[in-house]
Structure formats: structure tokens, C-alpha cells
Design a protein around this ligand. Structure first.
Ligand SMILES: C[S@@+](CC[C@H](N)C(=O)[O-])C[C@H]1O[C@@H](n2cnc3c(N)ncnc32)[C@H](O)[C@@H]1O
Length: 425
């Protein structure tokens, strides 16, 4: 056991301090300004990992987490930090990434757009099932922490989860995972049971649940480890979500932003930054199930979406039909393969939207966009480190980044989403 002073938070929300020998130690659950007793759990070459044993001097920003499992289930990293302080820390995280990793000293970072009520926001969870218990894995283990108190999901989820936990013991070797989704605007719920083939009690389970939960519009079985081939056990294989007058049919595995309320904020910002007048060609790279493309199609002449997951593009096409949008086209394939082709064929959109996964954009995507010469790029990012790298690369290719607007899509976790507009110099 040793005592250390915590001086900062790392990018995953763990407290950072120095051991007496000068080595940096990461302490999940500790906050800057605190003096804590710790126990080392691992010593690596350049840093150590430690467990928090006791807080001798607490930060004024420390709050009592409402969830008794906070810190142990792996879902939240920051419930013990006051929400306003979380937003300040997330802004600093973005500032530091831009300066340190992108060398972007002149790019300003606006205050984070947080949530008025930062609880109950998740519209999707995927839970592990083991020993008739449902939950997330305890970090670094395969031990399931029961999911009975989660404050990040709506209370309706918890009722289904409690009923599932009650029913599983009588249903034999049941599913290995369950996915639960809920439409924020519609209240519709969809349940997917990921089970080995041969599990036959799915329909019984679906029937029992639907009698208790009329808002459960569908239950599907997904064979685990066998690719995408679902069976409908009850109702339909999608739920409906609505954002800003647009309808989205979302299946169990479709990518859709997990926080619908903040997705609306994010998409409105992206649309405002795109500044469309109505006649522009728009490219939406990494388009998922086409939400941004659909949003922008209302003020563009034609939008092309590019996405590597075929199922997501199928959903995107279905949603375009559902919304009677006919100025949208989707291409299935890796952006790094398709964008250079589009550029070589002479495709020249006025606006390009980039919304890559955490790894950021492949260099070939950046180069292809530079060839297309759009007058504007809207970059949506879920990782400040790759945002910093890619903004710097785009700047070298003649695009000036405007202010970065962070949006808190995941309160109480270390995640932060950002939107930034770049204009051709
Ligand atoms: C952050 S999501 C953005 C989704 C969408 N813009 C939205 O808001 O719903 C990133 C998307 O990029 C897709 N993706 C990942 N790697 C890709 C690649 N190399 N080429 C094209 N799409 C990719 C993922 O499947 C995912 O749908």
C-alpha cells in the first residue's frame, strides 16, 4: 500500500499520479487534487496500474455515484465526478489532443454540449448472460456484474432485464448475450437473443415477455458466432425511431447512435456546419445506416453514402424508401477503396462528411477527399486523438479547421464526440 497525489486524469478517465520512484501510475476512480492510498496491480515498463484503496483527501468535484456498481461493471468511468466537472474535463481532453497530437494551437474548442438530464440516455445495451445472471463483464475478467441498477438506461429496460433474469433459470441453457434496444421517440423495444443453435426455448421466452411488455415490438434469435442470420421469434425484426421528423427502422445489430437525444443535437450541428443551400452534391463517408445522409438530403441535390457494413446499407436504403427520399445513393465498401475510385471518376461533391470509427480516417480517404476538392468538410469524430491527427492532415492539404464543438453523447464515461467544419483555403 502506498500514498500518492493525483494530478490529472488520463484519456480513459483514470486518475494520474506519480509513485515515490517517479513512475506514472493510473488509478481508476481517483480524481485530480486527491490524496489516495493505492495498491499496485501491475507494473509495466513505463507506467503502473493501481487499485484505489482509500481517499485521504477528496476532490470538491467528487460526488456519490448513484449506481452501486459504478466503477466495477466497466460501463461508467466517471460517475464519481460531478457532471459539470465531467464536461470541463472532456473539453480539456479535446484541447490537449489537438495541441499535443495535432500541433493545432490555433483551433478553438467550444464548451461541451452536455445533457440537461444525463441519465437514462442509452437506447441500446448488449449484456452477457452467465449463471442465469445478465450484465457487463467486470473490467479485466469474464465475471458478469449483474445489471440491476444501471442508471444509464431507461427504467423500461431494467424491467425487461429483471424479467429476463427471472425467466432464464427455468429456460435451460439460454442465450449467451442479449441485445435490448428502445426507440427514444417511439418507446418501441426490440430484443435479440444471441444463442447457440439448438436452443429451442426462445419462442416460449418471447411469448412470456410480450405478454408483460406490450411495447416489445419484436424478439429475434441471432445464432452466436455464426454470422448474421436472424430468426424472428415474435413480431418484427426492427423497431422504429424518429428524429426530427425522420423515421428510422433499426434492427438488432444496425449501427445507430446510442444516445438518440444527443444524436439529434449532433446531426443538427453537422447540418448547420454543412451550410447547404439545396443544390449541392454531398458525400457522407462512413455513413452507417444513413442517418446523417438522410438529414442532409433535405437540403442537397444528391447525397452519396459510403459504408463497409452491408447490413447497415440495407437499413439505410430501406430508411430512404420509408422517408420517401429519392436523392440518396449508397455504396457498400471500404471508404479507403471506394473514395479513390470516386475521385478518379471525377466525382466532385461540394461538401464531404467524414464520420469514421475510433481509428479515424485512412490516409487514402484523406488523399481522395483532397483530390475531390470539396469547398467544405464536416468531420464528426468519436476519438479526439484521431480527430487531431486527421485535422492536421487535412490542414496540410489546404483545409482550415473551424472551432471544434464537443457533444457529450456518453455522460459518465470518458467518451466524447466532436464536430468540426473545415473550409478550403
Ligand atoms: C461512427 S459510425 C458513423 C455512422 C453514421 N454516420 C451515424 O451517425 O449513424 C462509423 C461507421 O463507419 C463504418 N466503417 C468502419 N470502417 C469503415 C471503412 N473502412 N469504410 C467505410 N465504412 C466504415 C462503421 O461500420 C460505422 O457504421
Amino acid at each position: 500500500m502506498q500514498k500518492i497525489e493525483i494530478t490529472g486524469l488520463n484519456h480513459e478517465g483514470a486518475g494520474v499520479g506519480r509513485l515515490p520512484d517517479g513512475m506514472v501510475a493510473f488509478v481508476p476512480g481517483a480524481l485530480p487534487g486527491e490524496r489516495v492510498k493505492i495498491e499496485l496491480s501491475a507494473r509495466k515498463k513505463h507506467y503502473a496500474l493501481a487499485r484505489l484503496l482509500e481517499i485521504e483527501k477528496a476532490s470538491p468535484d467528487r460526488v456519490l455515484p448513484p449506481c452501486p456498481e459504478a466503477g466495477s461493471c466497466g460501463g461508467c468511468q466517471l460517475q464519481h465526478l460531478d457532471y459539470r466537472a465531467q464536461l470541463l474535463w472532456k473539453r480539456r481532453l479535446v484541447v490537449e489532443a489537438l495541441r499535443r497530437l495535432g500541433g493545432l494551437r490555433d483551433v478553438s474548442v467550444l464548451p461541451v454540449l452536455g445533457m440537461v438530464n444525463p441519465w437514462g440516455y442509452r437506447n441500446k445495451v448488449r449484456l452477457h448472460v452467465a449463471d442465469n445472471s445478465l450484465g457487463f463483464y467486470r473490467p479485466g475478467s469474464h465475471e458478469v456484474v449483474p445489471f440491476f441498477h444501471c442508471r444509464l438506461v431507461p427504467s423500461e429496460f431494467m424491467e425487461v432485464v429483471r424479467e429476463l433474469a427471472r425467466l432464464l433459470p427455468v429456460l435451460g441453457r439460454g442465450p449467451e448475450h442479449v441485445i435490448l434496444r428502445r426507440g427514444w421517440a417511439t418507446g418501441e423495444m426490440l430484443l435479440a437473443l444471441e444463442a447457440r443453435t439448438g436452443w429451442t426455448e426462445g419462442e416460449v421466452l418471447a411469448g412470456k415477455l410480450s405478454r408483460r411488455f406490450p411495447e416489445l415490438v419484436g424478439v429475434v434469435a441471432l445464432p452466436s458466432g455464426e454470422g448474421y442470420c436472424e430468426t424472428i421469434l415474435l413480431g418484427r425484426n426492427y423497431l422504429e425511431e424518429r428524429l426530427d421528423g425522420l423515421r428510422f427502422h433499426i434492427s438488432a445489430t444496425t449501427f445507430f447512435q446510442v444516445n438518440s437525444a444527443q444524436a439529434q443535437v449532433l446531426y443538427e450541428l453537422a447540418a448547420a456546419m454543412a451550410g447547404l443551400q439545396g443544390g449541392e452534391k454531398v458525400l457522407d463517408a462512413y455513413c452507417g445506416s444513413g442517418a446523417i445522409a438522410m438529414w442532409l438530403s433535405r437540403r442537397a441535390s444528391m447525397v452519396i453514402g459510403v459504408e463497409v457494413v452491408e447490413g447497415a446499407v440495407q437499413d439505410a436504403r430501406r430508411n430512404a424508401v420509408l422517408n420517401k427520399v429519392d436523392n440518396l445513393r449508397f455504396h457498400v465498401g471500404a471508404a479507403e477503396r471506394l473514395l479513390p475510385h470516386l475521385a478518379a471518376e471525377g466525382y466532385r461533391p461540394e461538401v464531404v462528411v467524414l464520420d469514421p470509427p475510433r481509428a479515424g480516417c485512412d490516409r487514402r480517404v484523406i488523399d481522395a477527399v483532397a483530390v475531390m476538392q470539396p469547398r467544405r468538410i464536416v468531420y464528426v469524430s468519436c476519438n479526439p486523438a484521431t480527430l487531431a491527427r486527421d485535422l492536421a492532415l487535412l490542414q496540410k492539404r489546404g483545409y482550415t479547421p473551424g472551432p471544434v464543438q464537443p457533444v457529450d453523447m456518453f455522460p459518465h464515461t470518458y467518451h466524447i464526440e466532436c464536430v468540426c467544419r473545415l473550409d478550403r483555403m
